[in-house]
Design a protein around this ligand. Structure first.
Ligand code: PCP
Length: 410
């Protein structure tokens, strides 16, 4: 019986290399079977495949698609044409309808890209799930700040992907050093409990932090390690005075009680002592609900697992058309045939889905545009800041413009 391997010899971690990803070695074996059978049968038609999510793990029916640029690099060089939404675009689902919004479309000989279905979906699901959760959090907090602290909750190889997706989804700053470097940003951090535990005294730790680090590092004192947040906040203010930029409450669940009231106490006690400008950051197991509960009394949020291990957006990749064949429309049960385009009425989130070959509706713009032509990437990638600004603008508009999908076959 195959007892499997205890460890690896050609690499340190159980991770795919870039070359293995690029050559679709991470695919599922049934795609290998499929290509083998089709090639032996000489059945190698051109097909149109579309990638879409039939539903979202949220009440709201909108998501932020991300990972498109990585998919472009994955597919570059294959003899295919690809259309896609822009990185960071808002896409919609209609869970009570058969319609969906494709975020990507591939056209080419099926056997030439069949094996890539896995990595395409993996790249889109990972980044879109993080970007969508990040956008939801940012839409909750408005102009307040949210920091991504969650890279520690995922495999370290994914840190750059996760933090990029969080940033373009609207999160203000990331804590992961490598990810921040690749983003061209400065990482954000406060202080861990370990610093205070090793020194053994909160005040000594805050003082050492203030005296030991360059001035650009924000002086945000962690105030929940050994004693009550209110007392520690008063002590931190008394000790650091004007150099105290903020305090962070990471109150453990066993002491949390009413986090909102604790924050208000800290706000009151610091403000009556001249610390009204000291920011209050909260962290520790934050999710949308807990952020919602304290969004008006806290100034900033450190969010980890909620961003780095979000509910997954379940993208599917399905053949919707075999153009030029006797029966081109062959959607599987539960789906609808034909290459579709998503048209968005300018300045709104009113979308119309139509067959790509049908005439576009007036006053709308198509969301699926050319990404790859004959294997060559023809889209100019935007910077992460350009993408993020567009997502933030969309988040603001979504607050007032109810997104809607309609479809017709005209
Ligand atoms: C880290 C940091 C934040 C946590 C992670 C954010 O704390 O202080 O509180 O991640 P989360 O949103 O998933 O909780 P930990 O490393 O968990 O250390 P501790 O258990 O002392 O909070």
């Amino acid at each position: 019986m195959d007892v499997g391997k205890s460890d690896l010899t050609d690499r340190l971690f159980w991770l795919a290399t870039e070359d293995e990803i690029k050559s679709a070695q991470t695919t599922d074996v049934y795609f290998k079977y499929t290509v083998e059978v089709l090639e032996k049968e000489g059945i190698t038609p051109e097909v149109i495949m579309q990638v879409y999510a039939r539903n979202l793990p949220y009440e709201d029916n909108w998501g932020v698609v991300a990972g498109i640029y990585e998919v472009a690099k994955l597919l570059e060089g294959l003899p295919i044409d690809v259309k896609a939404m822009e990185e960071g675009e808002i896409f919609q689902c209609a869970p009570d309808s058969v319609i969906y919004e494709p975020v990507l479309e591939i056209r080419g000989t099926y056997t030439s890209f069949a094996a890539y279905e896995n990595p395409i979906l993996g790249l889109l699901a990972t980044s879109s799930s993080v970007s969508t959760k990040s956008a939801r959090i940012k839409s909750l907090i408005g102009d307040k700040v949210a920091f991504s602290f969650g890279s520690r909750r995922a495999h370290p190889a994914l840190a750059p992907t996760i933090e990029r997706a969080a940033y373009i989804g609207g999160i203000d700053r990331v804590s992961n050093i490598l990810a921040a470097r690749l983003l061209g940003k400065k990482p954000i951090g406060t202080m861990p409990h370990a610093l205070i535990q090793v020194i053994g005294d909160s005040k000594k730790a805050w003082k050492a932090f203030d005296e030991g680090l360059e001035k650009e590092v924000p002086r945000i004192a962690l105030i929940d390690t050994f004693s009550d947040e209110k007392q520690e906040a008063i002590s931190a203010l008394a000790l650091l005075g004007k150099s105290l930029d903020g305090v962070r409450l990471d109150t453990p669940k066993s002491r949390r009680g009413d986090l909102r009231r604790i924050i208000e106490e800290v706000r009151w006690e610091m403000s009556i002592r001249g610390g009204e400008k000291v920011k209050i950051f909260v962290s520790g197991g934050l999710d949308e609900e807990e952020i919602q509960n304290v969004v008006d009394v806290a100034d900033g949020f450190g969010v980890g697992s909620c961003i780095s291990s979000p509910p997954v957006i379940d993208f599917s990749a399905k053949i919707v058309e075999v153009p030029g064949s006797a029966n081109p429309y062959r959607a599987k049960r539960g789906d609808i045939s034909g290459s579709k385009q998503v048209y968005r009425k300018k300045g709104t989130f009113q979308d119309i889905v139509r067959l790509s070959k049908n005439r576009p509706p007036k006053g709308c713009q198509p969301l699926l545009t050319e990404l790859i032509k004959k294997g060559k990437i023809i889209r100019k990638f935007e910077t992460v800041d350009q993408i993020r600004q567009r997502v933030l603008a969309n988040i603001r508009s979504l607050a007032s413009d109810e997104p809607r999908i309609s479809w017709d076959v005209s």
